[in-house]
Design a binder for this molecule. Structure first.
Ligand SMILES: NC(=O)C1=CN([C@@H]2O[C@H](COP(=O)(O)OP(=O)(O)OC[C@H]3O[C@@H](n4cnc5c(N)ncnc54)[C@H](OP(=O)(O)O)[C@@H]3O)[C@@H](O)[C@H]2O)C=CC1
Ligand SMILES: N[C@@H](CC=O)C(=O)O
Length: 350
């Protein structure tokens, strides 16, 4: 049975997943027996289109590229256009809703409502949107379980680098007391470009052009994005809900070119670091720029790369580095979730 997918939001990450599904169609069938079909897209400015039997991805993407709207899709029998996000969730026969609207760092909306609505109907949800996961981890994971649905959010922390499945699956059995990392691609890109002499404003513009930054980059440069990621890690790894507002947070806007040059002269680097510490059943977190020795592993992490260190009681410190942002990389994170969704469904059906 094909897995029917509908996108809510069709910006860079949504389109990247659609391209990956098209590119990997044969491998997904051969290796996992997964036949992924995109049945719908609903986006504010790019319009909406739905067909219960599936949309042709190259035709969909070409129409969007040439005309700026997915509603350029041919008027075939059965095609419906113009549904808003709620109509797509309610009326489409999608098995999986891919929620890839912008991250709202204050309320998590409208993504939180999209996730609730889909899960309430027993539809599975895959998202890279940090808002709903940081605000309502417990509620949404419980709802998914009650409804027999799947809730996947690997891409919310470190994009396509499996920062959430690593502690959950590969490091199973360890007790992790501390997590520390560089968890924002945009700010790490800015800081390393500034080391090379680029001005802050130009480096930010480049990060935006490369698809790393949030729709409102204040979230990146003021550290709010990292605060969200720490809240997700606290729930997922420690099982302790930590409100983003309870994490003291300083971004990189106060780090000047001369601060960076001074650090360089002393053999040091500035990095925006997020830290979580578990003490008994209490978790504390902090986000702040730190001046660290150039010999520390985190100092060697450049550009949009991120890194995370899990302090484990049995395996010792485990350090992982990889993409922290990027359209293809984040689309890939959704693919990881899609494959896991499919494996779970296949087990249920057996
Ligand atoms: N880019 C990256 O490297 C990473 C991104 N993420 C997260 O993934 C998500 C998507 O990122 P990205 O694709 O880069 O962001 P974009 O800003 O490119 O895309 C978001 C899309 O959502 C659409 N949208 C906004 N509100 C609604 C709504 N109510 N209903 C339907 N569509 C809506 C926007 O529409 P329009 O523009 O047409 O108004 C836009 O097309 C974000 O939450 C981001 O935080 C996570 C990890 C990495
Ligand atoms: N804007 C974010 C995207 C990924 O979460 C970043 O730069 O890390």
């Amino acid at each position: 049975m094909p897995v029917k997918i509908a996108f809510i939001g069709f910006g860079g990450v949504g389109r990247a997943l659609a391209e990956i599904i098209e590119e990997k169609r044969f491998r997904l069938r051969e290796d996992y027996g997964l036949d992924a079909v995109v049945v719908g897209v609903s986006d504010v400015m790019k319009g909406a289109v739905y067909h219960p039997d599936g949309l042709d991805i190259p035709v969909l993407l070409k129409g969007l590229k040439d005309h700026g709207t997915v509603e350029a899709y041919p008027e075939l029998a059965g095609v419906v256009k113009g549904w808003d996000s709620m109509e797509m969730i309610d009326h489409s026969h999608a098995d999986v809703i891919v929620e890839v609207t912008y991250t709202n760092v204050e309320t998590g909306e409208p993504a939180l409502t999209h996730c609730r609505r889909a899960l309430d109907q027993g539809k599975s949800v895959l998202t890279t949107n940090k808002g709903p996961v940081a605000h309502a981890y417990e509620e949404l994971t419980r709802k998914a379980e009650e409804k027999g649905a799947f809730f996947g959010f690997e891409g919310t922390v470190m994009s396509g680098t499996p920062a959430l499945r690593l502690p959950e699956q590969t490091l199973a059995g360890n007790t992790i007391h501390k997590i520390k990392g560089i968890l924002n691609g945009t700010t790490n890109y800015i800081l390393t470009e500034m080391e090379r002499g680029l001005e802050y404003g130009e480096a930010l513009k480049q990060a935006q052009g490369l698809g790393y930054a949030e729709a409102d980059p204040t979230s990146d440069v003021e550290g709010y994005d990292v605060r969200y990621k720490l809240a997700i890690l606290s729930s997922h790894v420690f099982g302790v809900a930590l409100s983003p507002e309870d994490i003291p947070c300083t971004g990189i806007t106060g780090v000047t070119a001369s601060d960076i040059q001074e650090a360089e002269k002393a053999g040091e680097k500035w990095r925006l670091i997020g830290t979580l510490t578990l003490d008994g059943d209490r978790v504390t977190g902090i986000v702040k720029p730190e001046r660290i020795s150039a010999h520390e592993p985190l100092a060697g992490v450049s550009g949009a790369l991120n890194a995370i260190l899990y302090d484990c009681d049995m395996s010792g410190p485990i350090f992982m580095t990889g993409a922290g942002a990027g359209l293809k990389e984040t689309g890939y994170a959704l693919l990881i979730d899609l494959i896991h969704y499919h494996k779970q469904q296949s087990r249920i059906k057996v």
